[in-house]
Design a protein. Structure first.
Ligand code: UDX
Length: 435
């Protein structure tokens, strides 16, 4: 199949590269000329395990190319995926101006039948608007269909998620478009679920909100565990063993972040209210998520007493491990609050430092080059993101380098008993603090 992907961000680039890898011809379109030039030279703008290799392999095989021209993409493809950003607005609703702009651009150059696919996460009924816009702006009466095909990939394992999806959702009201979409996904071994356009759009928001709810659920339980002396890890194992519940996404911590969950929960609330069916449960999900960080910071303050001029090491800045993405990272919020209290922060992250500098975040924090450098002479260590590197670190050396070996484990990465045996004072989430 000949495919165009408009937008070369996380979703667009990974989708383009993976569709080329299953032997489709893919043109990635982006209006950022610098980004396109760099991609043409083989420079990948994001860190995503395996992506660089897939891009290089398919560029060499002439199945993947990059351009700034929407006209070129539309002229040479049967299917056009829209994968542009849908950023949040202050009231939580989604800014759809990029989607609308792309719809107009496609309309201007549409000459024969095309399938236009919404890949970006959008509120329900956006497909209807995209179709309406294209119809309004096409120069002549060209046939086209708008399809919703939400993407469920996670950052950090985007390539493998895209190549091995749990399911492929295709929302289409047209058999002609559906037949073409099925061809796109023929090489993938995954159940294809066909729905109408609105249901497909809703599936994405409902899935992400449910996962966020699961996290807030276990985080709320972690507060009860702390108040009662129970251990949230054992509780999560116990409830997660029930197949109807499942253990994944029941890891208590300092809350969820990233570019999807906070935004999608807020957007789902906004569209539900707009539709007159307010999803109030999700407001509580948001509240628990915020409270979780507040409670953690309170624990640090209660223990260290005065934060001003305290030397605090922070491990992890990205919103989760195996990514360089620091957008909406709870770890960044944490560092910002510690700095506001006057603490002297030395932070280390295996991959996120460059993006922190680029986005000018954590102003005033010292960005260390290694986990060991961060803990040198520190009066406390705060673990904010559970990178594998921290699990493998020599904890005896860490203890010896610290001024006072206190550890606040915001992701329950370490075993409290082992930490106590090693001589640390250990504080976790929803489990007994061990001195
Ligand atoms: C998420 C969805 O998983 C994915 O399907 C969708 O396409 C995009 O949004 P992503 O944001 O990449 O993916 O990361 P994910 O692994 O889901 O983690 C999101 C946040 O939740 C992170 O901050 C993570 O630390 C937190 N989290 C996750 C928890 O606090 N506890 C858990 O048990 C799982």
């Amino acid at each position: 199949m000949d495919i165009a992907i408009i937008g070369s961000g996380y979703v667009g680039l990974v989708t383009g590269a993976c569709l080329a890898d299953v032997r489709h011809n893919v043109i990635c379109v982006d209006n950022d000329q610098r980004k396109v030039e760099r991609l043409q030279k083989g420079v990948i703008p994001i860190y995503e395990p395996g992506l660089e290799e897939v891009v290089h392999r398919n560029v060499s095989a002439n199945r993947l190319r990059f351009t700034t021209s929407t006209a070129e993409g539309v002229a040479n493809s049967q299917i056009i995926f829209i994968a542009v950003p849908t950023p949040p607005q202050p009231d939580g609703s989604v800014d759809l101006t990029y989607i609308e702009k792309v719809a107009r651009e496609i309309a201007e150059v549409l000459k024969e039948y095309r399938v236009i696919v919404d890949k970006s996460t959008v509120p329900v009924k956006t497909g209807e608007k995209v179709a309406e816009t294209i119809r309004r702006y096409t120069k002549s009466a060209v046939e086209f269909d708008v399809v919703s095909n939400p993407e469920f990939l996670r950052e950090g394992c985007a390539v493998s998620d895209l190549m091995n999806p749990d399911r492929i959702v295709i929302g289409s009201n047209s058999d002609r478009a559906l037949a073409l979409m099925k061809k796109v996904y023929e090489p993938f071994i995954a159940p294809i679920m066909v729905t109408d356009v609105n249901s497909a759009e809703l599936i994405k928001h409902a899935a992400n909100s449910f996962l966020a709810l699961k996290i807030s659920y276990i985080n709320a339980i972690s507060a009860i565990c702390e108040a009662s002396g129970a251990d949230v890890e054992r509780v999560a194992d116990g409830i997660g063993a029930d197949k109807r519940i499942g253990r994944s996404f029941l890891n208590a911590g300092i809350g969820y972040g990233g570019s999807c969950f906070p935004k999608d929960v807020a957007a789902f609330i906004a569209i539900s209210e707009q539709l007159g069916a307010p999803f109030t449960l999700l407001r509580e999900v948001q509240r628990v998520n915020q409270t979780q960080l507040d409670r953690f910071i309170k624990k640090i303050k209660d223990t260290l007493w005065v934060l001003k001029d305290k030397r605090i090491a922070v491990w992890g800045l990205t919103f989760k491990p195996d990514t360089d993405d620091v957008r909406n990272s709870v770890a960044i919020d944490l560092v910002t609050q510690l700095l506001k209290e006057g603490a002297i922060v030395r932070a280390y992250d295996p991959k996120g430092v460059e993006k922190v500098e680029e986005l000018k975040l954590c102003h005033g924090a010292h960005l260390a080059k290694s986990a060991m450098e961060a803990v040198e002479n520190a009066e406390a260590l705060v673990l904010a993101t559970e990178w594998g590197e921290f699990e493998r670190v020599d904890l005896v050396q860490v203890r010896d380098r610290m001024h006072t070996p206190l550890i606040f484990d915001g992701r329950n990465l370490f075993d409290p008993k082992t930490m106590k045996e090693l001589g640390f004072t250990y504080f976790g989430i929803g489990r007994a603090d061990l001195h």
